[in-house]
Design a protein around this ligand. Structure first.
Ligand SMILES: *[C@@H]1O[C@H](CO)[C@@H](O)[C@H](O)[C@H]1NC(C)=O
Ligand SMILES: *[C@@H]1O[C@H](CO)[C@@H](O)[C@H](O)[C@H]1NC(C)=O
Ligand SMILES: *[C@@H]1O[C@H](CO)[C@@H](O)[C@H](O)[C@H]1NC(C)=O
Ligand SMILES: *[C@@H]1O[C@H](CO)[C@@H](O)[C@H](O)[C@H]1NC(C)=O
Length: 397
């Protein structure tokens, strides 16, 4: 998140974790794109998709779903881990057995794996701006990791030489979450750069494609509880294609913002408009510092690793909540907004965004339903709950 803000001017709504390797952006774009087209050429004639069952990390008696976890194994014999499927990053991150601040997790022990290699032994600090919680971080989190190599498997598919980040120190956000680590499924097929700025390794999905185990690196996420009929198998990721058993109708194609997406490795879409409400009952989300005109079109990071949405600044959140109810107020200095549970549930509303570009793909309206408006009790404040939209905290700017 921290460096993202310098990149993205204007509107930035994110609903995710920005776990991101800490390295310069410039200079690697071409190599990344080159690699991507290589993968594309290999997309034909391979196996079909695999369904990966997901576990939900939730609060509020299961009502607030925060992150979705897949099970992977690493090493020989296999050691098992739960990892967040994170569209907001591209690397695999796991805690090392000698870590003392990594929380209650399964740790990877390299000495117990015969297929482990400490190479390329690249030191890689990671900075992240949001975690699994419903309260924004008070400062940018940082983990200390090394890039190492071992066999990584997911749902019977195996990448024998997968480079990943093994961390001997975790920040607060990583150590307190349910997942042991993070599996980045972001856009880039690049996970790290060496000190010369050279591309160094393939993330798990493109690696499985290059091993001929997956037909492509498409991921479908069937999350949430959108009706019993379609949720009979519970939340799932489909890797190597979209699972037609999990949706109805036609898939709409929204182009990503190519430049910002290639630079960040995460999926960034243009946001054309934002509204309070949905359908025929929606009203424009006003910008009080600009004659109450609609918000300026901007860009948004789509990130499965974070539990809330972020506005680009405090004023934008204040404008929204004032239009909904004067009773919704800041809860802390990190960007949380909320009210008493009774107030928030009474005024809860759908929020709608128009995303995409006119120049390619489709313009699509997506709605955060009213049922997701209440994020549950604010930690330590009895009877007070958070709204689902936060201001980008000043500590992260
Ligand atoms: C754990 O091992 C790594 C890699 O050998 C090393 O860099 C780190 O300092 C160790 N950390 C602790 C807390 O012992
Ligand atoms: C941030 O929060 C963590 C735990 O909630 C606390 O240990 C740390 O001191 C806080 N840092 C700042 C700068 O307030
Ligand atoms: C890394 O990049 C530099 C500068 O582009 C180049 O001279 C060097 O050969 C590259 N090293 C490797 C190992 O590819
Ligand atoms: C609101 O308007 C101000 C003044 O024109 C502008 O600087 C700001 O970026 C706008 N904010 C949004 C979210 O559109």
């Amino acid at each position: 998140m921290k460096s993202m803000t310098t990149l993205i001017a204007g509107l930035l709504f994110t609903s995710a974790t920005a776990f991101r390797p800490n390295q310069p952006f410039t200079g690697h774009l071409e190599r990344g794109l080159e690699h991507r087209s290589l993968d594309r050429r290999q997309e034909t004639g391979k196996k079909s998709l695999e369904r990966v069952p997901l576990e939900v990390d939730s609060r509020n008696n299961g009502k607030t779903e925060l992150q979705w976890l897949a099970t992977i194994t690493v090493g020989t014999p296999p050691q098992t881990f739960k990892v967040v499927l994170d569209t907001g990053s591209t690397a695999l991150i796991l805690p090392r057995s000698n870590c003392t601040n990594c929380g209650k997790h399964s740790f990877f022990d390299p000495s117990k794996s015969t297929s482990f290699s400490p190479q390329p032994a690249l030191f890689q600090p990671i900075e992240y701006g949001t975690g699994a919680d419903t309260v924004p971080l008070n400062q940018t989190g940082r983990a200390e990791c090394e890039v190492v190599t071992d066999t990584v498997s997911i749902q019977g598919l195996s990448a024998p030489k997968q480079e990943f980040m093994l961390c001997h120190s975790y920040g607060e956000a990583l150590s307190s979450q349910l997942a042991d680590g993070i599996l980045g499924i972001g856009f880039n097929d690049i996970s790290a750069w060496d000190e010369n700025g050279n591309f160094t390794y393939l993330p798990l999905l493109p690696n499985l494609v290059s091993e001929g185990q997956l037909p492509n690196r498409i991921v479908g996420l069937a999350l949430g509880s959108g009706g019993k009929k379609h949720q009979q198998r519970g939340p799932e990721a489909s890797i190597g294609g979209a699972d037609c058993a999990r949706y109805r109708g036609r898939i709409k194609n929204v182009n990503v913002d190519e430049t910002l997406t290639a630079l960040s490795g995460t999926f960034i879409v243009d946001v054309k408009a934002a509204y309070i409400g949905s359908g025929n009952n929606k009203q424009v989300w006003r910008n009080s510092t600009n004659d109450n005109k609609p918000l300026t079109p901007g860009a948004s990071l789509i990130d499965s690793g974070t539990a809330y949405m972020l506005t680009p600044d405090r004023q934008t959140a204040e404008d929204l909540y004032l239009d909904i109810s004067k009773g919704i107020v800041p809860l802390d200095d990190r960007g949380s907004w909320g009210a008493s549970c009774a107030t928030l549930d009474k005024v809860a509303t759908d929020i709608t965004f128009t995303i995409g570009t006119e120049t390619g793909g489709e313009l699509v309206e997506v709605t955060m339903p009213k049922s997701a408006f209440n994020l549950g009790e604010y930690p330590g404040k009895k009877g007070v709950v958070s709204g689902g939209i936060f201001s980008l905290g000043s500590s992260l700017l």
